[in-house]
Ligand binder design. Sequence first.
Ligand SMILES: Cc1cc2nc3c(=O)[nH]c(=O)nc-3n(C[C@H](O)[C@H](O)[C@H](O)COP(=O)(O)OP(=O)(O)OC[C@H]3O[C@@H](n4cnc5c(N)ncnc54)[C@H](O)[C@@H]3O)c2cc1C
Length: 558
Amino acid sequence: QDANPNCTAVDSDKTYDYVIIGSGPGGMVTADRLSEAGHSVLLIEKGPLSSGRWNGTMKPTWLEGTNLTRFDVPGLFNQIWADSSGVACEDLDVMAGCVLGGGAAVNSALWWKPHPRDWDLNFPEGWKNKDMQTHVDKVWQRIPGTYIPSRDGKLYLQQGFETLSKGLEAAGFKYVVPNDHPDQKNHTYGHSTFFLENAERHGPLATYLVSAAKREKFSLWTNTNARRLVRTGGHVTGVELQCAKQGSIGPGYSGVVKLTPGTGRVIVSAGTMGSAKLLMRSGIGPEDSLNIVKNSEIDGPTMISSDQWIKLPVGYNLNDHVGTDIQIAHPDVVFYDFYGAWDNPIPADVDSYLKNRSGMLAQVAPNLGPMFWQTIEGSDGIVRHIQWQARVEGRTNTSMTITQYIGTGTTSRGRMNILGNLNTRVQTPPYLRDAGDKEAVIQGIDYIRGVFSKIQNLTWIAPRENQTTSAFVNLIPATPGSRGSNHWTGSCTIGTDDGRAGGKAVVDLDTKVYGTDNVFVVDASIFPGMITGNPTAAIIAVAERASERILALKAGTS
Ligand SMILES: Cc1cc2nc3c(=O)[nH]c(=O)nc-3n(C[C@H](O)[C@H](O)[C@H](O)COP(=O)(O)OP(=O)(O)OC[C@H]3O[C@@H](n4cnc5c(N)ncnc54)[C@H](O)[C@@H]3O)c2cc1C
């Protein structure tokens, strides 16, 4: 890999106050806040450039000559499902973005102000709703989001939205502008809200990373894979880097990058799978995982010796929204072929988008909405939140698929692990392991079947009209392929219950890895439990809070 002519050796004289590994929502925000405080910051990303704003180049022919890429145009956001090569992480068994921006470059840009319960139910002291409000406000000042992306102020092909809304209204669901009322997530519905601006992908790539990059003491290295932390006991002195395989399309770095002696710190923001993997390769994790690394061909000979291992439950407490798709058809619903827009877009739609940032291609594929919410109290006494996410896509041209996510309140957890080839895999999927979670799925679907069955001319595709909900739910495997939502959290859980002493936590309340004095984890992996909606906004708020706590923490404090 390092024979790549674009691979530059790290300057071993140069040191950095902070080395941040991974440029997803967690990494970008932390890079901005730590550089803003005057520190020298190096942000390392193993993937290539993505958005046009960052000189990315991946695009269909009709975008040639513009500074836009596949990552920027909302109508192309589902291209990740048609062609993910060079974009999705190759070392994971689940979908995640390995490009500049991580998931925030490839996702559907759904953008929800967190429900107060997201913090209060899941997070430890110091991270409750009252502690998070200023951070959420800061995020919203920079990234307000919109539910009307098209610059002409119109929403297009809303027949699907209107059909389902009629049924919801009749059943007493109340229309809300979701981010004006983040706490109203029961019997409410609304439009999908996105982190778009000027009908382009916006979010942290267009805000936090932009302000970080303007600072003199900030550096960004893409196509550069962090292999492991170089440490003695709990103190890290550098990070071993190698040019990523994808580095053949752009310059990357190899060698050991050093931290400022004494005070330098590492922030691991490589995502739920990536952060866990990096810690394991650095001798931090459960013993069985560390033995896999030790016995591996690639890392075995160079792995830190076992007397230096820090035994923590990395990879456990894995979570994801458990997703269940139901499907209906209605003669009024109108499908738009966003996938076809890659090779054969409708010329008038291209024109309208390129000239005015308006029309169908300004809307996120595959025409999402309505979103609606309900809570279910299970026989175990736990209230679980459900978010329903509808889209115009399915078996026929008049179908809609509606995904049910069970969020706050879920109790099932899984585990991810590293393999001998150093890829990761979901060893125990977190879906429906507890009866209470399954009960909520079934009750939620039963209820919505009742609601939609009152819509005239609506037909059921899944579940079938004569199928019981529990038979339907039981037929869908509890695997990432069938239930996955790409909202992975939890492998490096935050908490006061130190994992070295049998607790669940990998990082303390300052997001510092137990047993180390200068390693922090800031990304979705520290979430203790699942939140109500799609997680990007909450991850950014968490990174704001973490940055504040990291900056307040004196170097060397353990
Ligand atoms: C297809 C898809 C659609 C989604 N849709 C939505 C949505 O609409 N709304 C929403 O809120 N959420 C959505 N999500 C989820 C959301 O994008 C993720 O939860 C979020 O991006 C996670 O942020 P993170 O910072 O934890 O990690 P990530 O975004 O995964 O970023 C981690 C980064 O670290 C890099 N990295 C990993 N290992 C290394 C290493 N060893 N060295 C250097 N770099 C490394 C990766 O390349 C990546 O860029 C979606 C996710 C996917 C995959």
